[in-house]
Design a protein around this ligand. Structure first.
Ligand code: ADP
Ligand code: NA
Length: 367
């Protein structure tokens, strides 16, 4: 049987937020801790992906990369067990991206929801960016190839390591399906042309592992997911926030005009998000269907929202406290040099596997 290979990535857009933690990082850690000895795990700081948003200066980006790696370590990832590295330190990602982009469907890419929602966030309102009739020319000028091509680079990230499983939040499921499709297209295009490739597939179509904490919502706009790309800082809790900052953000969280606690994600997204957060944190990985029963035990039914907010602040603070301490120690010690050493070791391990895949890919396509 094929050995299990786990791959996932996070953008170095600063310290991860609670959505990244509950939707991704916490699951990365438990996959690592429960993995069979034959399983390999790759967790990448995807700095090439972060170039698709213009919000960081080069100096900020450099710092954010180190902060992101320190965050992974602080959450419990172990560099002797998981390969932790910066995407750009393995140039094969960019090489495979180009090769895959030559067979990627523009139609398929234009239907990706992340692409569509980022356009909407940027105020570029377009029904179909490829429809010559619809876009106004000013909008089209602002569309960037890199953002459009994001899922292709993500497919390259995953396929380079022959990942069998990709743990992600629900927002990324469509991209993992795209990576599967990309592997299948590549295998059927090039799998026949080389003698060696005939016996087996060249690229491995991956499956996703969707986190039970599917979507943590923004504290400022609870109908949107919590995201680093939203401007308002109080919309998200960072995993290194202090008790005071956590309390402030949760007390300011947008709820609604009804001052009692009920669980109803459709009608009351703000209140339900707080209940979800408590439930995700308290019982490590139950799905929203369990929130209703957890909720009975929370003793907040019918309480004032203030009581719920205090409980949420306490629970979040308690869970994040050790992570915050680890983080400060990691970046404090030797000025973060240990973190850089870990990135370097990760690069060496990741490069070996990436180059092995690329040799097969180059041979299959004849370059
Ligand atoms: P962001 O969306 O904030 O830019 P990334 O794209 O770096 O974050 O995503 C890193 C991981 O975190 C992905 O697996 C993604 O699915 C997960 N994730 C991001 N935001 C959320 C959220 N609000 N709820 C649950 N998971 C999330
Ligand atoms: Na994302």
């Amino acid at each position: 049987a094929q050995p299990t290979v786990i791959f996932s990535g996070i953008q170095p857009t600063g310290v991860p937020h609670l959505g990244n933690y509950l939707g991704a990082l916490r699951q990365w850690v438990s996959l690592q801790n429960e993995a069979a000895p034959s399983t390999t795990l790759y967790y990448s700081i995807v700095d090439l992906h972060s170039l698709t948003s213009r919000s960081q200066s080069p100096a900020e980006r450099k710092l954010a990369k180190r902060q992101a790696l320190a965050s992974l370590l602080a959450c419990g990832l172990d560099p002797t067990r998981s390969v932790l590295y910066h995407q750009s330190s393995v140039p094969q990602h960019a090489e495979l991206h180009w090769i895959l982009s030559c067979d990627a469907s523009m139609g398929l890419l234009s239907r990706m929801t992340q692409w569509k929602s980022k356009l909407a966030d940027d105020g570029v309102i377009i029904e179909d960016p490829l429809d010559k009739q619809s876009p106004n020319p000013r909008s089209a000028e602002r569309l960037k190839l890199g953002l459009f091509s994001y899922p292709v680079l993500q497919a390259a990230d995953i396929l380079l390591y022959a990942a069998t499983h990709v743990p992600v939040g629900e927002d990324q499921v469509q991209h993992i399906e795209f990576a599967r499709n990309t592997a299948n297209v590549f295998n059927s295009t090039y799998g026949r042309s080389s003698e060696k490739a005939k016996a087996r597939q060249i690229l491995t179509p991956p499956d996703c592992i969707v986190s039970p904490a599917k979507r943590v919502m923004s504290l400022a706009e609870p109908e949107k997911k919590m995201s680093k790309s939203h401007a308002l800082l109080r919309s998200r809790i960072l995993i290194t926030d202090s008790a005071e900052e956590i309390g402030k953000k949760i007390r300011a969280a947008v709820t609604d005009s009804e001052d009692t606690v009920t669980y109803n994600p459709a009608q009351r997204p703000g209140v339900s998000n707080l209940l979800d957060i408590i439930s995700y944190m308290e019982n490590g990985g139950h799905g929203p269907q369990d929130v209703a029963s957890d909720f009975q035990n929370m003793q907040v039914t019918g309480s004032r929202l203030r009581v719920l907010k205090e409980l949420a602040a306490t629970v979040v603070t308690q869970h994040l406290h050790p992570i915050r301490q680890n983080y400060e120690r990691l970046l404090g010690e030797r000025n973060g040099k240990d973190v850089d050493d870990i990135a370097h070791q990760g690069q060496e391990k990741a490069s070996k596997k990436a180059e092995k895949t690329m040799r097969e890919v180059r041979e299959a396509i004849g370059i």
